[in-house]
Ligand binder design. Sequence first.
Ligand code: AMP
Length: 215
Amino acid sequence: MRIVLLGGPGSGKGTQAKKLTEKLGVPQISTGDIFRAALKEGTPMGLKAKTFMDKGELVPDDVVIGVVEERLAKPDLEKGFMLDGFPRTLAQAEALDKILTSLKKTIDHAILVDVPDEELVARLSGRRTCRDSACGKMYHIMFNPPKAEGKCDTCGGDLYQRDDDNEKTIRERLAVYNSATSPLIDYYDGQGLLRRVKGVGPIGEIFASIEKVLG
Ligand code: AMP
């Protein structure tokens, strides 16, 4: 099954993507994670991406599309994939369609995790992530706190706040989402692929709604 996950920053799509990939046994392809990993390794692509990420802006389409094209050419995608955080612009969505056509594949579902803007700001400013990249578990200081402050319940790793999860950058990311990414809702709706899920409430309930729309 080939899925695109849409939703604003902090909509919980990363959390749902992790659960879904476990259930479906398909890889999660998160462009944000790819950029953060590249930055950690200090590659030129990672350093370039950082200049945009720190401001809450989008990394230029040609860079992102190149990264995804390379990833989609890897041989581990026979059962499908879950795209998380890509596409984010119409140009990226059109490029994705082209890449898939050349691979003789199509998207099966575009799932929108729908959350109001005010809720997104509250969520993002309290978000914390486990620094151990193999774990990467996410918490929220109010809605889903760890048992011991600053420590991951699962692996004991340190929790950190992403550089781009500060109020100013959050507002910019939301503005970018509303102008550049939300047109994708109509794009996939027009193709009959959009599945809208309410992204407010317990994580398990949201996951159940996603399972339901996938049939
Ligand atoms: P995320 O982890 O999905 O919230 O992405 C973090 C940041 O990485 C975004 O705010 C962008 O700066 C950059 N980024 C991730 N995916 C994309 C994309 N598809 N297009 C442009 N920029 C992206």
